[in-house]
Write a protein that binds this ligand. Structure first.
Ligand code: ZN
Length: 271
């Protein structure tokens, strides 16, 4: 309210009433979301873990969704991208009041490896970004990953479900979380030459003099990391499996030291 009006009667009661009503009636939240997990709850309900574009990770209850005539149909399943209407009450758990499919990724559901890759991608997002702080870039990255898995499901040839694309996705998540490994110089002393090791504790590559606690990190692993961080997800690089194993170890140790986090292996045994 402009200051020139400050001599008029203060209209506090009206303001108070609005605030009060909001708290009683709750608030509506419209946002896009990807279903990360969907768990049965009670007789007919489901609890959903959602990654939303506007509110980061939230949990919501969908009431009566498991009844045959539920208006939500089969939409509230993992990997669905939805336009959602959520009701926010006093507790942390939101209530689903509306859901419209943006992309159900139907082909992905018929491909066991793509499903497994999607589950690991969703799990990594849910663990790395577990608060309601919004990260629209992470939401877009997850949607991109699911679209790539969908587009290439069942296809022969270079697989989006393999180790390299899974690690490229994790690296991009780490970048978004501010946890990208330091690659330009020794993470301990700043030396730019002889960077033959990786230290999760130091948070990046290390030189020969700082190798204590580090493990060998080869040129192919180094190139994979820099390329994966610098390219779009759809152009993720490949690398020999020995290099990818080093990259995965580097990711795991960095996350353990700096986020106290353990992710599932990037790919399943069949991946
Ligand atoms: Zn050093």
């Amino acid at each position: 309210m402009p200051k020139s009006r400050s001599r008029r009667p203060v209209r506090k009661p009206a303001v108070w009433r609005i605030v009060h009503d909001e708290r009683v009636a709750g608030r509506a939240l419209k946002t896009e979301a990807v279903v990360l997990r969907s768990m049965r709850y009670g007789e007919a309900d489901r609890i959903l873990h959602l990654y939303t574009s506007d509110r980061g990770r939230v949990s919501a209850i969908a009431k009566g969704v498991r009844r045959a005539r539920s208006r939500f149909g089969g939409r509230l399943e993992p990997f669905f991208r939805l336009q959602m209407e959520l009701h926010e009450g006093r507790g942390e758990l939101l209530t689903v009041t509306g859901a419209h499919t943006v992309d159900g990724h139907p082909r992905l559901r018929g491909d066991a490896r793509a499903l497994d890759a999607a589950a690991r991608a969703c799990d990594a997002v849910g663990r790395l970004f577990e608060t309601s702080e919004p990260h629209p870039g992470v939401f877009n990255l997850l949607c991109r990953k699911l679209s790539l898995l969908e587009a290439q499901s069942g296809a022969v040839g270079r697989s989006p479900t393999g180790h390299a694309p899974a690690l490229a996705f994790r690296l991009k998540l780490m970048l978004a979380a501010g946890l990208a490994p330091q690659l330009g110089a020794c993470a301990s002393c700043g030396e730019r030459e002889h960077l033959g090791g990786f230290s999760g504790a130091a948070g990046g590559v290390v030189c020969g003099a700082c190798e204590g606690g580090a493990f060998p990190f080869g040129g192919a692993a180094y190139r994979f990391m820099t390329d994966a961080l610098g390219r779009p997800l759809s152009e993720a690089p490949g690398a020999p499996e020995t290099a990818l194993a080093q990259v995965e170890r580097a990711i795991s140790e960095t996350l353990e030291h700096h986020a106290h986090l353990r992710l599932m292996p990037a790919v399943g045994r069949a991946g």
